[in-house]
Design a protein around this ligand. Structure first.
Ligand code: FE2
Ligand code: FE2
Length: 183
């Protein structure tokens, strides 16, 4: 398998989550109440799976590997636009996290802002994934030898295996902070 394989499999799950985000935005726009637990799960997915796990492997392994290659300017430019998309979606997810926090504290937040962020995320992703699947990954794979591809696949697995530990270490720290604040 080429390194594009596991990334494309992850794209399919991200697409499913993004279509739920799009649907949730429509529900809120047509007068539905903000479902905080559902939105929190959506943010968790975008933050941990889409960004940390998926973009993490793209940026820290695939893209950083390609950085050292003598790439065509056009391909290098494509990669830099993809990184910009990642940054944009990371910023939107952080903004949405803040907004939900304020709703949770009972403050009157701007529902319009929640809808704007959900809509922007559901616009960015399908196009971003299409550019990676159809344009960038096919050319990127051509820069890699068989040995480099195999090495990258092994690094992907190693990367994924550390994530659950990182995730729950952060969770314990969060619980400690939350309980400390209550005393
Ligand atoms: Fe990406
Ligand atoms: Fe991707």
């Amino acid at each position: 398998m080429l390194p594009a394989g596991p990334l494309m499999i992850e794209h399919r799950l991200i697409e499913q989550a993004v279509s739920l985000i799009e649907k949730e935005s429509e529900i809120i726009r047509s007068g539905g109440k903000l479902d905080l637990p559902l939105l929190t799960s959506m943010i968790d997915f975008m933050r941990i799976y889409a960004d940390r796990c998926h973009h993490g492997k793209e940026e820290e392994i695939l893209f950083s590997y390609l950085e050292g290659k003598d790439m065509d300017e056009e391909h290098r430019e494509m990669m830099s636009v993809l990184i910009d998309d990642h940054r944009r979606s990371r910023a939107l997810t952080a903004e949405l996290t803040e907004l939900l926090e304020s709703f949770r504290r009972g403050e009157q937040g701007a529902v319009d802002d929640v809808v704007r962020i959900l809509d922007t995320l559901s616009q960015i992703y399908p196009d971003h994934i299409r550019r990676e699947d159809k344009m960038f990954f096919p050319v990127a794979m051509k820069y890699l030898s068989k040995e480099e591809s195999d090495d990258m696949l092994a690094r992907f697995e190693e990367f994924d295996s550390t994530l659950i530990h990182e995730r729950y270490k952060a969770e314990v720290e969060r619980m400690m902070a939350q309980m400390g604040a209550r005393q």
